[in-house]
Write a protein that binds this ligand. Structure first.
Ligand SMILES: Cc1ncc(C[n+]2csc(CCOP(=O)(O)OP(=O)(O)O)c2C)c(N)n1
Ligand SMILES: CC(=O)[C@@H](O)[C@H](O)COP(=O)(O)O
Ligand SMILES: [Mg+2]
Length: 596
C-alpha cells in the first residue's frame, strides 16, 4: 500500500500526479473491500465516493473549509485520508472506529447524526454564522446523496440557501441513482433529465429555479473533472449545486452486479464468540424475516392492507410483499414524515396502511403520529424494526426513543413481541384494530426459539411462576429471555419470581397492575429508555392505583451509547442476567437488614 501509507493528512494529496491519484484510488478500494468485508459496513456507498472524496480534499482545505457529509455512512474514504488508516481494521467494533463520521475521531468530521437530509440545513446555519461573524473566507461544502435529497428537510434548506445569493455554499449532489434501491419519484426523473441534458441550457433545472448556480453533470470518477467542477463552483460564489454522477459499489464486481442495493451494507464475518443470555441463537430466523412472511400472508387475506417504506423495502422486510402486491406497496423515498401523513390519508381512504421503518427513524414522525394519525383515530400500523439497542451503528441508530415518544400519544396501542410466534400474532392483532393507531416494535437480530406461555390471563402471558410471590418481573418483548434467566437465578437464591409478558405494553394492562399488589417487589426489564419507558409507565400506573409495591426499572440510560455489539452495549447498560439478579438481591438484602 505504498501511496496510502504516505497519506497522513489531506495536504499529502496535493503533490500527487494524476497517475498517482489513480493508484491511490485503487489502493483505497482494496483496503475498504478487505476491511469492510470482515467488519461489516457501508461498502457500496464508499466505493462510489473514492474519487469524489480525494477531489474534495484537494480543492478544499479541511478543516479550515468545512466539508459536511449527509448521513455520514460514506465517510470511510475521508477516514483513510485523514490519519485513521491504522484504526480502519477495527471499524464498527467497540472502542474502534465508528461506522459513520465521528467528531471524537477527527476534526475533519463535523457532523455525525447519520439521519438523512440534514447536511444542507447545517450548511445553511454555518454559512449564516460565518456571514454574521465576518468569517467568510472559509468554504462551506455539503455532500448529499440523491436518496437523501428526497427528504423534505433537504428542500426546506434548499429553499433558504437558494434565496441567499450573497452567501456562498456549495452543495455537492452525489447522484448514484439509488438509496438502497433505485431512487423513485419526480426528483429521480428530473435528475435523470439533468444527467442526459445536452448542456445547451434549454431544459428546466430545479436548482437554478431555486436560485442556485449549477455545475454539471460531472463524472464523479474522473478526479480532474470533479476538481474542475468544484473550482468553478467556488469561483461562481453564492449558492451552487455541483451535480456529480457516481456509481454505487464502483470497482467491486460483487457490488456493481448487485441489483438489489449495490452492497449498500455488507454483513460482518461472524466472530467466534460465546453465546450470550440476551442474544437469540443465530440459527433462528431474523425478526425482519418473520415480519416479512406474515405480511405476505396478511396481504393475501386482506386487500385493504397496504405497505409503506421510506426507501428501505428490503431492509425492513417488505420486498416479498412488494413482489406479491406491487400496487399495494408504496416507496415514498427517505421521507418518514410524509410516509406517516400519507398513511393517515390512506387510512382516511378506507385502507389499513402498515408503515415499516427502523425505530430510530421513527423519531422523525412523532408530530405526524400525534396530529395526523392519532388525532384522526386513523387505523395505521407502525412497525418499528431495529427497536432497542442496534449496537454497531452507534449512538444515532439505537432505537431507544420510540417508547418514550410514542407512549405519550393519546389512544395509541404499542405491542412488543417476545419471539417469532408473538410477532405474528401481534401483527395480526394490530392490523385488526381499526379504532386508531398501533405500533409494533422488535429488535435487530434473530428471534430465537419461541418462548411458550404457561398461562394467558386478561391479555398478558405468564412465562414463569415460582412459589412465594417475592418478585414480579414484567418483561418487555425480547427481554423475556433475560427475564427468565433472572427468574432462574433468583430461584436458586431462594427468591420466588413470576415472569409476565404484557404483549401490549401500552396502554398498561390494569389486571397486571392489580396483580402487582400481591408481590413484594416488581421489576421491569426493557430494551428502551428508562425515562418514559414501559417501566416508568407501569410504576406510574401502580402509584395511580394506590399500590405501594416498590418498582425497579431496568432499561437503557438517558445516554448516547457508543457503538459495539448489541450484547456489549446491553452489558454496558447493566442489562445482563448477572447484573439484574445482583441488583435485585442487593436491594432485597438491604431491605431485610433495614426491617430486622
Ligand atoms: C432519515 C433516514 N431514513 C433512513 C435512513 C437509512 N439510510 C441510510 S443510507 C440510505 C440511503 C441513502 O441514499 P443516498 O443519500 O443516495 O446515499 P448513497 O448511499 O446512495 O450514497 C438510507 C435510506 C437514514 N439514514 N436516515
Ligand atoms: C439504516 C441505515 O442507515 C443502514 O444503512 C444501517 O447502517 C444498516 O443497518 P442494519 O445493519 O441494521 O440493516
Ligand atoms: Mg444515492
Amino acid at each position: 500500500m505504498a501511496l496510502l501509507d504516505e497519506i497522513a493528512a489531506p495536504r499529502d494529496l496535493r503533490g500527487l500526479s494524476p497517475a498517482q491519484l489513480g493508484q491511490l484510488a485503487s489502493e483505497i478500494r482494496e483496503v475498504m473491500i478487505d476491511a469492510v468485508c470482515r467488519s461489516g459496513g457501508h461498502l457500496g456507498p464508499n466505493l462510489g465516493v473514492v474519487e469524489l472524496t480525494i477531489a474534495l480534499h484537494r480543492v478544499f482545505d479541511s478543516p479550515q473549509d468545512t466539508l459536511l457529509w449527509d448521513i455520514g455512512h460514506q465517510t470511510y474514504v475521508q477516514k483513510l485520508l485523514t490519519g485513521r488508516r491504522a484504526g480502519f481494521d477495527g471499524l464498527r467494533t467497540r472502542d474502534g472506529l465508528s461506522g459513520y463520521a465521528s467528531r471524537a475521531e477527527s476534526e475533519h468530521d463535523v457532523i455525525e447524526n447519520s439521519h438523512a437530509s440534514t447536511a444542507l440545513s447545517y450548511a445553511d446555519g454555518l454559512a449564516r454564522a460565518r456571514e454574521l461573524s465576518g468569517d467568510t473566507d472559509r468554504a462551506v461544502v455539503a455532500v448529499i446523496g440523491d436518496g437523501a435529497l428526497t427528504g423534505g428537510l433537504a428542500w426546506e434548506a434548499l429553499n433558504n440557501l437558494g434565496g441567499a445569493p450573497q452567501r456562498p455554499v456549495i452543495v455537492v449532489l452525489n447522484d448514484n441513482e439509488r438509496s438502497y434501491a433505485p431512487t423513485v419519484g419526480g426528483l429521480a426523473a428530473h435528475l435523470g433529465k439533468l444527467r442526459s441534458a445536452t448542456g445547451d441550457g434549454a431544459s428546466a433545472n430545479v436548482f437554478e429555479e431555486f436560485g442556485f448556480g449549477y455545475v454539471g453533470p460531472v463524472d464523479g470518477h474522473d478526479i480532474a473533472a470533479v476538481e474542475d467542477a468544484l473550482g468553478r463552483a467556488r469561483a461562481l460564489g453564492g449558492p451552487v449545486v455541483v451535480h456529480v454522477v457516481t456509481e454505487k459499489g464502483r470497482g467491486w464486481e460483487t457490488a456493481e452486479t448487485n441489483e438489489l442495493d449495490r452492497c449498500h451494507v455488507v454483513r460482518a464475518t461472524p466472530p467466534a464468540t460465546a453465546p450470550s443470555a440476551t442474544a437469540a441463537p443465530a440459527s433462528s430466523p431474523a425478526w425482519t424475516a418473520v415480519f416479512s412472511d406474515e405480511m405476505v400472508r396478511i396481504g393475501a387475506e386482506r386487500s385493504d392492507v397496504v405497505a409503506i417504506t421510506a426507501a428501505m423495502a428490503e431492509p425492513v422486510g417488505l420486498l416479498e410483499f412488494q413482489r406479491e402486491f406491487p400496487a399495494r406497496t408504496i416507496d415514498v423515498g427517505i421521507a418518514e414524515q410524509h410516509a406517516a401523513a400519507a398513511a393517515a390519508g390512506l387510512a382516511l381512504g378506507g385502507l389499513h396502511p402498515v408503515l415499516a421503518i427502523y425505530a430510530t427513524f421513527g423519531n422523525r414522525m412523532i408530530d405526524q403520529m400525534v396530529t395526523d394519525i392519532a388525532l384522526h383515530s386513523a387505523p395505521v400500523t407502525l412497525v418499528m424494526d431495529r427497536a432497542g439497542v442496534t449496537g454497531d451503528d452507534g449512538a444515532s441508530h439505537n432505537g431507544m426513543w420510540d417508547l418514550t415518544l410514542f407512549q405519550a400519544v393519546p389512544d395509541i396501542r404499542i405491542a412488543a413481541p417476545r419471539d417469532g410466534a408473538t410477532l405474528r400474532a401481534l401483527l395480526r392483532e394490530a392490523v385488526a384494530w381499526e379504532q386508531g393507531p398501533t405500533v409494533l416494535r422488535f429488535p435487530k437480530g434473530t428471534t430465537g426459539a419461541d418462548i411458550p406461555a404457561i398461562d394467558t390471563t386478561d391479555g398478558f402471558d405468564v412465562l414463569h411462576n415460582a412459589p412465594g410471590r417475592d418478585v414480579l418481573i414484567v418483561s418487555v418483548g425480547p427481554m423475556a429471555r433475560l427475564a427468565l434467566d433472572v427468574a432462574g437465578r433468583l430461584g436458586e437464591a431462594g427468591v420466588g419470581a413470576t415472569v409476565v409478558d404484557p404483549r401490549w405494553v401500552t396502554p398498561v394492562n390494569p389486571t397486571l397492575v392489580e396483580a402487582a399488589a400481591y408481590f413484594k417487589h416488581v421489576i421491569t426489564i426493557e430494551d428502551s429508555g428508562r425515562v418514559g419507558g414501559v417501566g416508568a409507565a407501569f410504576g406510574q400506573a401502580l402509584a395511580d392505583a394506590g399500590i405501594d409495591t416498590p418498582v425497579r426499572n431496568f432499561g437503557l440510560p438517558r445516554e448516547f451509547l457508543d457503538h459495539g455489539s448489541r450484547a456489549q452495549v446491553l452489558a454496558h447498560c447493566g442489562l445482563t442476567a448477572d447484573a439484574v439478579t445482583d441488583a435485585v438481591l442487593t436491594r432485597m438484602t438491604s431491605e431485610r437488614t433495614l426491617t430486622s
